[in-house]
Ligand binder design. Structure first.
Ligand code: GLP
Length: 243
């Protein structure tokens, strides 16, 4: 595990974008695992800037997102489809057919989860998986208690996640209660993992994930067993442990 301390969110975003850029440069047809939430917004913004300067080429890159809410479509502003288009895809030369996100409108869970696992396999696995972390230690939408052996699955979101994500919706009642998420097994099969975290409300989750027992109660704790984890976090997020 490598830990890079960022002085602030801007620095965190540049460091994370640098690591992703290095992956793109070293392997122009890399498969990038993408995350959503507020943490990666600055990272995507930085990647777009470097693309516009001519420093990055996404033409052969494939992206596979971690998760998507169920019951809302790609045109819904809160969907992760919409997030990815507005924060990254619409601003770089990635081919739309090379971007993959679970289909939140597919009601047949078994079918959608099998399809998504097949997407990951047919891309040859993920070279670099970007991750945020939930305040309760979730990664993707793998909530506490989720078995480490799961691949893509349907998730009932926890109360704390619904509450945390309600800031993006006009009311808490609008937050979807279910989602599709890559499983911990899919995440652990990524060749490299880049976890970003900023702010004091992530400090306890990071401490538990990397210094506590490896347990499904803290989904991110499984990352202790991954050979290639890089953490980029600010001082507040790192403040609950001696890194
Ligand atoms: C959501 C996403 C996760 C993300 C987490 C933290 O639940 N599904 O992938 O890591 O929130 O989000 P934020 O970065 O906004 O704190």
């Amino acid at each position: 595990m490598r830990v890079y301390k960022a002085v602030d969110y801007n620095d965190l975003s540049r460091k994370a974008a640098n690591i992703i850029s290095a992956q793109i440069i070293m392997k122009p047809d890399a498969v990038l695992g993408m995350a959503t939430g507020s943490s990666p917004i600055g990272t995507y913004k930085q990647l777009v800037e470097w693309y516009k300067k001519g420093d990055l080429d996404f033409s052969e890159i494939k992206t596979i997102n971690l998760d998507e809410y169920m019951g809302i479509g790609p045109e819904n502003e809160q969907s992760y489809h919409f997030y990815m288009r507005t924060n990254l895809f619409d601003h770089v030369n990635i081919k739309p057919e090379n971007t993959f996100i679970p289909d939140g409108l597919e009601e047949d869970g078994e079918k959608e989860c099998a399809r998504y696992d097949e997407v990951i396999n047919s891309c040859g696995g993920i070279d670099l998986q970007l991750l945020g972390i939930g305040g309760n230690g979730h990664i993707g939408f793998n909530e506490p208690g989720t078995s480490f052996g799961k691949t893509t699955h349907q998730v009932a979101l926890s109360e704390s996640t619904i509450e945390a994500n309600s800031r993006f919706f006009s009311s808490i009642d609008e937050v979807p209660k279910y989602a599709y998420s890559m499983g911990i097994k899919n995440i652990m099969q990524a060749k490299n993992i880049l976890l970003i975290a900023s702010g004091i409300n992530k400090a306890e989750a990071l401490q538990k994930a990397f210094f506590g027992p490896i347990t499904p109660a803290v989904p991110a704790s499984i990352l202790q067993l991954h050979n290639n984890v890089t953490i980029v976090a600010d001082e507040d997020a790192l403040s609950a442990a001696k890194w």
